[in-house]
Design a protein around this ligand. Structure first.
Ligand SMILES: N[C@@H](CCC(=O)N[C@@H](CS)C(=O)NCC(=O)O)C(=O)O
Length: 193
């Protein structure tokens, strides 16, 4: 199999994995246990010297020295998949927009969800705008893609990590989270049975 995704239970590997499951992209999952410190062993550090999950090796895409590309960072992996396997780049600007959304999800939205003072000050503003934007369709182009995957995964984290969070002011976000939690591909990668 040309794609190896290195991931572990309850890591951000679920994001690129969800994307590949939804898009029918074949991959091999290599389970790396953080609990037992496998991510810090030489075998895995050769894949990602930072010892972080997820990481991915794609034998169908080569780097400048002709080697299979090996990358880390869930957002970069999603963009790579969108470009090389998901057929998402219909116009040059699509790559820029997908990059914008994966960065937004992994930095701006993630900080607003998980950093306590940001959660109070910034999250409501982001959710209000996302609620509006989600009513306008997919985030990039006319099909579900990497941008939707990244942003939706973080929105769903809100209910996962803060189950009593009241999202009733953002009805489209609530609907999206509920619908996402029912998707077989999402349930599979999140270990929801
Ligand atoms: N921004 C990175 C975060 C990567 C990250 O922090 N991964 C966690 C699991 S979700 C990890 O590998 N933790 C193990 C450690 O830091 O030792 C991404 O989105 O890929």
């Amino acid at each position: 199999m040309s794609i190896k995704l290195y991931g572990g239970q309850q890591t951000r590997a679920s994001m690129p994995r969800w994307y590949m499951e939804e898009k029918g992209i074949a991959y091999e999952l290599v389970d790396v246990s953080i609990g037992s410190g496998q991510n810090l062993q030489p075998d895995f550090l050769a894949i990602n010297p930072f010892g972080k999950l997820p990481a991915m090796r794609d034998e169908s895409v080569l780097d400048a020295s002709g080697q299979p590309v090996t990358i880390c960072e869930s957002g970069a992996i999603l963009l790579h998949l969108a470009e090389h396997h998901g057929g998402e780049i219909a116009a040059p600007g699509d790559r820029s927009l997908i990059s914008q959304w994966t960065h937004f999800a992994n930095s701006t939205l993630a900080f607003a969800i998980f950093v306590p003072d940001q959660k109070a000050k910034v999250l409501p503003r982001l959710l209000k705008q996302l609620d509006k934007q989600l009513s306008e369709g997919f985030l990039v182009g006319n099909n579900w893609g990497a941008a939707d995957c990244a942003v939706t995964a973080y929105l769903a984290y809100i209910k996962l990590f803060f189950p009593s969070e009241d999202l009733s002011a953002y009805p489209r976000i609530e609907t999206l989270i509920t619908a996402t939690q029912q998707r077989p591909a999402y349930r599979k990668v999140m270990g929801m049975g």
